[in-house]
Each structure stands twice: as C-alpha cells, then as structure tokens.
Design a protein. Structure first.
Lengths: 336, 520
C-alpha cells in the first residue's frame, strides 16, 4: 500500500454511466439461477420435486453461512483462506463442550456460543496480523487456518468426540416448514449479514474500504479497527458453520471445513462479488451459493458420471462468471 | 478531538484577524528544500490565489495546511491562534478543508455517504446507519452550494463536475466542527473541467466567499486572476510576491513565477509554411461512427497539427481512441497514407505507425514502477531486441540517445518513471512512439494535463519538431488557448458530430470566443 500522503489517486469511471437502476451485473446471477433451475427441471423429473428443492436448500446451508462471512472480507478487497482451520477448531470445540463421549461437559447453547467466540477470536487474529504486521490477508489467513487446524488437532487428541446433545443433533434432522433447522439458521445468517451490510457502519465501511481505502483515511476514518472487526465477524460465521457441520455429522472432525474456503470464494464470485472489492454483497453471494449447489445437485440428477462432475462444474462456473461480467467487458480491459 | 485551545469564543472575530496565516514555513525532503520560509495570509471572506510552477512548493504547502505534512519549522496561525496540525481531522477541527486535485471520493458509495464520511454525526447511531438522516444531512450540504445532485446516487454514476460539487459539499461539513467560517482549499479544481463547468465552479467559489475564505490553486493564470481577490506567488519554496488580482494580467504572474519575462512565443509558432500541400492527406477519416460519435470526417496532412475541441460529452475523446483502435466503431473508413486501416485494435494501429498519448498518464500512459528505459521501449520492442532477446546495450544506447535529445531530466535510464516529474514522464511517453522512427500519426489526448508552464512549453516544442519532421498530429488540447496556439486547423465537435472546421494559421488565429460559439 502506498502511503495516503503521496498518492491520492481515485479516478473513477471517466465516462458518465447510467444512473441507479439494476445493472446487468446485478441481474445476471439471479437469471442464471433461474435458467439452471429451468434447464434441470426440463431434463430431470427428479430435479423438479419439492423434496429435491428442500434437499438443495439443506445442502446449501453450511456453505451459505461460510459465504456470509467471506463476503464481507471480499467486499473489502481482502481475501480469507482461514475457513477450514477456524471451522475445524470450532467443530472440535463444540463437540467437546456439549454432551459427548469424551468428557462430562454438557453446556448446550453456551458450548455453542463458546465455540463461535473461539472462532471469532481466530478471525480477529487474522485481522490483527493484517493491520499490525501489514502482512497481506492471503498469507495471514492461510496461517490462521493452519493455527486453527493445529488447535483442532490438539483438542482432538486422537479420539473422535461423538456428540449426544439432543438439541445440536436435532438441528440437522428436525424440520420446520419442510426445511431443516440448519437451513433456517443459514437464512437467518443471510438476513443478519444483509442488515449489517446495508445498515451498519461496519458494513458500509467494509464496502468503502474495497472502493477507495485512501479516501477513508483522508476523511479522518481509521480503517484498521473496521478491518479487524470484519475478520472477526467472518470468523464468527465460520465458527457457526463448524458447529453446523458437527451437528450434521454428530461428531467433531478436524476436517470439518475442508474445501469450504474455495467453495465459498467461488460462490461469492459467481454471485457477483468482485475479488477486487467494493462490489456485490450478501444477497449476491446467497444467489451464488444456490447457483453452485443447484448445479451440483442437477448434474447428479441428470446422471452425469461422477467422474465428469468436477470438470463440468468447473466449466459451468467459469462460463457463469464470464456471462456475469459481459456488460463490463470492453477493449483493452485489464484482467489479473 | 477539538484542542483545548480552541474553546468556543463568544466575541465575534475582529475583521482584521486573518482567517489563516503561515509564517516562515520550512519543509525539507532528502536532497530537496520543498518549502524554504513561506509566508502566506488568507483574510476573512477572500479568495486567495496561489500560483507557482511545479516544484515551487505549492502542493507541500497545501498538504501542510491540512495536516498531511508536518513542517520542520515555521508557524501556522488560524484566526489569531497558533496551531499544530497533525492530521486531516485536526485541520478540519480548525476549520480547514481541502478539495483534492485527484478527487477523493469513494466511488461505490452514495453521494450522501461521501459527503458525511468520517463525520456522520446523527447519521449513525450505535453503529447503525439512519439513511433518512444521512440523506437530509447531505441534502443540507448540497443546498448550501445550490446543487441538485441526488444524494442517493452512486458516486461513480456522477460526472466529473458533479463529483467535484459533491467534494465541495463534503468539505463544507467542517463548518459543523467549528463555529467560525471555514477555510476551503481548492487544488487545481479546473484542470479536468470543460469551460461551462468551470463557470459553474466559479459561481460556487464566489458564493463560498460570502461565508468562507478560499485558497484557489490553478495552473491557468487567467482563471486565477478571474476568480481571486489576491494572488500569492511561490517560487523555489519561497513566497516571492503578492498581486492584487484587479488590473493584473497573466504576464505579471508568469514573470514572478519564473523569475524573468515569460516567453511570448509560448506555443513556438506554427509550423514553417509548407511548400504546397501534398496531394493526399496522411490521415483520411470518412463517416466514422461509434457509440458516442457519428459521421465524423477528418483530414490531417503530414506535418499538420489538427486540434479537436468540444465540450464534455462531445465525443472527441472517443474519436481519438477509435482512431487508435481502442474504441469499437460501427461504420466509416479510415486510411493512413492511402492505405485503408482495419481499426481492429491497438496492435494493428501501432504497427501502422500510429501513436497515442492517453489523457490519464499515470494509469494508461506508463507503468509507474518500471524504468524509464523499459517504458520508452515498451511498445516498439524490436527497437531494443536482437532477435527474440533484449539486447541491453542496444537498449541503453537507444534510450540514452532519446533522453539527451528530448532533454529528459532523469538520474538514470534505470530510474523508475514514477519518480520523474510530470513533464519528464510525458516526454518518455512521447518518446515511446519515436524510438522506432516509424511514427506517422500521433494522437495526443490532453498531452499537457497537469504539467506546469515550463514543462508544457517543452512538450509544445517537441510537438512542433515532430510536425516539422512530417508527423501528422491530432490534438485534444487541455484548453482552448492551447488548441488555438498549437493547431493549424481546428475541428469543432458537438454531440458526437463534427460541426465545423476552423482554419487556424499563424497570424490568423481565431479567438476562444469564436470557438465557444461553435461548440455549444
């Protein structure tokens, strides 16, 4: 980062653009979601059942919560790879704090809260390393992920904790209006995330940091606390996601969050949140999560060989992102 | 955050006390004395002009006034009290605010958020936004300057001029912090505005004077004299004089700025009379149409400089970029030296001997951290290569030759271009098209933007030399005066169409007013 004193270069678009209104970039992912639903519904009678829609929503729940967290980080223009480690730590922690086969703890909700707080603390660590040591978020969060996995492995100590807490187990199996409790938790997280993004100073500043960080400094805003807060918030979301995985598996696993970092980044980007920051948001990301999940589900339903699925999914994701940025593409555009 | 010394005073300030006073300000940078004892007085309710060439210390002084630079010695007095400004917030608490040259707004926030950014006050309660209050706060600010911008419009959807109004509205928020009239600093506010927008800005500045003091900085001396009450001139980090604007002419200021009589022949005269026009023009454009322009015809002969003028939105920038293949076209034919061009992209344009100097030098014109040598040979790679490999010796000889020929002031060819002054950067950017010796058409998009008078003059001379050597030039000038001074012919564009062509020979130049009549 250049110092704010030397270079105050905030040159926005040179040409006037259409004002307000929904841009194609914002409309693209929802349209793609509808198209995917229509295409798979036409191809497969199994896909277009209510049961399968419930199935898609339930499958999307954990990814949705992780993506909520990561979206705030991406909006700032930072990146976060700490989800696997933080989720692992909170998954093991919660398994050891609620009723389980390893110890006599039976803390219930308090145990869940403690696990989420532990995760938030790990997220906070990422943020502090970023603002105090000026280490890029790519490296700090990679490191924190390793720390989280280390903490999880220590607590795991070679014996898998199976949970017997009725409430936590119930989250994954009990249903309200046809959807699992976990799905409702995810919906709640998306709503909460949207409120934070739209109405809180934290959310708006995260957005502004992605847009033009130097300007905030020139306006007398200290950005460091907001950055730390965003990483802390993201950590809390990952922690809750780790708890959700434990509920699904009825056991605490170090690998609870494996692969969720890139899955969440993909979902956010497919939904229209830019990696360069300052664009997109929680609702965009939620659409992205549904898009990816529906795609995976649809490929299974229409009988694409599992050997092909990974590759086909990858191609479709790239195509979806390309379609989403079409209106922005112009000659001599720089892409990195 | 308000200092204890700035307690609310009930007694009104005596009219004689200056709003802002600077005494003997000194600031050293390694190897450079940026400020060497500057004195400055800004009276209440006056517009003070600040003039000086690049390197005279203007920007350092302004940064010191808003707390971005801590001076080594000297004093800053605000309304009769000595202050120490440690940050922008500190300066705002003392009622000093600045509209930065490179706009400082967050593009993806609404205008309202930008206006109250950092001082949301009642707009945020317990960390949560209250959008209605925010909107009202912003509306109050916009009303002060009589602007009808929608406070909830996203900032990047506004035009440059509108964004500047948002910045002024934002700076005026500092009134909320102090009960005194604020001091507003405008740093080069007109450099990217078109003439109509400049008039609007000047109206605003005169309105500001009713309740504030203004420091106005501009390279355009006629503007400074037009809008200011008094002008202080800086040279070499010192204040060298003060002029009452009434009755003064730009030449007076210019003399003080450069320490001697300014050259009358600023634009180095038109190209020497060519003996008979060649049969075919070098560049022939027929019926060129694109997204923002239609049916543009244009001829440029070898050795000729043709200026294109027009207000914001006239489409002239896009025509220029289209000729370089950087903007898609829908119809029309362009031929260079009798050969029809494809306009398929910038690569083809380069190969055809077309060069383009973009307006946004720092973003599109150069690779900042790369060396002068690498920037100069960026496009014409063959000029520094033997076969597929770079030949360092060949490059060094070539680059050193051009550094000397264009008298580019750089410590070394290996110096990062971003460390050079604007004028020298621009010369390197120009040299990029010259190193291969195959240039036939030069497209110059605001080639002197942000340069001081001395650097401008050198760029003008270079343009003349190139024209004399047979290069055809299309110029989008920074000002009408520049267009008139440099061009042999001027094409007027309005609403995407070429509406008029004005001959502009030496000795028979039109006045700016003649052109303005055609532009609107």
């Amino acid at each position: 980062m250049t110092s704010p004193v030397e270079d105050v270069e905030v040159v926005a678009a040179r040409r006037p653009q259409p004002r307000r209104g929904v841009s194609l970039r914002d409309a693209g992912p929802p349209i793609a979601l509808v198209v995917i639903f229509l295409v798979f519904s036409a191809l497969s009678s199994d896909f277009r059942t209510i049961g399968n829609v419930q199935n898609i929503m339930d499958t999307a729940a954990v990814l949705a919560v992780v993506t909520c967290g990561i979206t705030f980080v991406l909006m700032m223009g930072s990146i976060d790879l700490s989800a696997p480690g933080i989720m692992g730590a909170s998954a093991i922690a919660v398994a050891l704090l609620v009723a389980n086969n390893r110890n006599d703890n039976d803390l219930g909700l308090i145990g869940i809260l403690v696990a989420v707080l532990l995760a938030a603390a790990l997220g906070c660590l990422s943020g502090l390393a970023l603002v105090l040591l000026k280490v890029p978020s790519f490296m700090t969060t990679l490191g924190v992920s390793a720390v989280g996995l280390g903490v999880a492995t220590l607590m795991f100590a070679g014996v898998q904790p199976n949970i017997s807490d009725a409430m936590l187990k119930g989250w994954a199996v009990e249903r309200f209006l046809g959807f699992a409790y976990l799905t409702w938790i995810a919906v709640g997280c998306v709503l909460l995330g949207y409120l934070v993004q739209r109405y809180s100073r934290l959310g708006r500043y995260a957005f502004a940091i992605g847009g033009a960080e130097e300007v905030l400094a020139l306006s007398g805003v200290k950005v460091a606390p907001y950055k730390v807060a965003v990483f802390t918030l993201a950590g809390a979301f990952y922690g809750l996601a780790g708890v959700m995985v434990t509920s699904q598996l009825s056991a605490g696993l170090v690998q609870a969050g494996k692969g969720y970092d890139f899955a969440a980044i993909t979902a956010a980007v497919v939904g229209g949140t830019l990696l360069t920051g300052g664009r997109g948001g929680i609702l965009h990301s939620a659409v992205g999560v549904l898009l990816i999940t529906a795609l995976t589900n649809g490929l299974v339903q229409v009988g694409v060989s599992p050997y092909w699925q990974g590759g086909v999914q990858g191609l479709i994701v790239v195509a979806a992102v390309a379609a989403a940025v079409v209106p922005q593409r112009r000659r001599n555009q720089v892409t990195k | 955050m308000i200092d204890a010394e700035l307690e609310p005073t009930v007694t009104p300030l005596s009219a004689e006390v200056p709003a802002l006073e600077v005494r003997g300000l000194v600031k050293h940078y390694p190897g450079v004395k940026a400020l060497d004892g500057v004195d400055l007085v800004v009276r209440q309710n006056e517009v003070l002009g600040l003039a000086g060439e690049n390197g005279a210390g203007k920007s350092t002084l302004l940064k010191a006034l808003v707390g971005l630079v801590r001076p080594d010695a000297g004093e800053i007095w605000v309304r009769g009290k000595k202050v120490r400004l440690k940050s922008v917030v500190d300066a705002a608490d003392h009622g000093i605010g600045m509209v930065f040259q490179e706009q400082s707004l967050v593009p993806n926030l609404t205008a309202a958020e930008n206006i109250v950014l950092g001082s949301e006050g009642p707009g945020v309660r317990r960390g949560m936004y209250r959008w209605k209050t925010m909107r009202n706060l912003a509306q109050q600010q916009l009303d002060k300057i009589g602007s009808d911008i929608d406070p909830l419009a996203r900032t990047d959807t506004l035009t440059f001029a509108e964004r500047q109004m948002v910045e002024i509205a934002k700076v005026l928020r500092i009134e909320q912090r102090t009960q005194f009239a604020p001091v507003i600093i405008l740093d080069e506010p007109t450099s990217v505005l078109e003439s109509k927008e400049i008039e609007t800005l000047f109206t605003q500045v005169r309105r500001l004077r009713e309740f504030a003091s203004v420091v106005f900085v501009s390279h355009r001396l006629d503007e400074v004299l037009d809008v200011c009450d008094r002008v202080t001139v800086l040279r070499g980090g010192e204040s060298v004089g003060e002029v009452a604007a009434a009755g003064a002419v730009p030449g007076d200021l210019h003399r003080m700025m450069i320490g001697s009589t300014g050259s009358d022949d600023h634009y180095h005269g038109n190209a020497s009379q060519r003996s008979g026009e060649p049969l075919r023009p070098m560049l022939e454009v027929r019926g060129l149409s694109g997204k923002t322009f239609r049916d543009v015809d244009l001829d440029v002969h070898a050795g000729e400089i043709v200026g294109i003028v027009g207000v914001h939105g006239s489409g002239r920038e896009d025509v220029c970029r289209a000729l370089f293949g950087a903007e898609p076209t829908t119809a029309g034919e362009v031929s260079l030296d009798g050969t029809v061009l494809e306009l398929s992209g910038t690569r083809a344009a380069c190969a055809a001997g077309i060069g383009y100097v973009p307006a946004e030098r720092k973003i599109e014109g150069m690779v900042g951290p790369m060396s002068v040598a690498d920037n100069m040979t960026l496009t014409k790679q063959k000029s520094r290569c033997n076969g597929p490999l770079i030949a360092p010796k060949k490059q060094a000889t070539l680059v050193d030759g051009w550094i000397e020929r264009l008298s580019i002031r750089t410590p070394h060819r290996g110096t990062a271009i971003q460390r050079l002054s604007g004028g020298n950067q621009q010369k390197v950017v120009l040299a990029r098209w010259l190193v291969a010796g195959d240039i036939r058409l030069l497209l110059l998009d605001h080639p002197t933007r942000g340069l001081d008078i001395g650097a401008r003059s050198e760029v003008y001379r270079l343009m003349r030399e190139l024209a004399n050597s047979g290069v055809a030039t299309v110029l989008l000038a920074d000002s009408l005066e520049e267009a008139i001074g440099m061009s042999d012919r001027i094409l007027v564009m309005s609403d995407g169409r070429a509406t008029k062509e004005v001959a502009c020979p030496a000795g028979g130049k039109p006045t700016p007013l003649d052109l303005v009549k055609e532009m609107v």
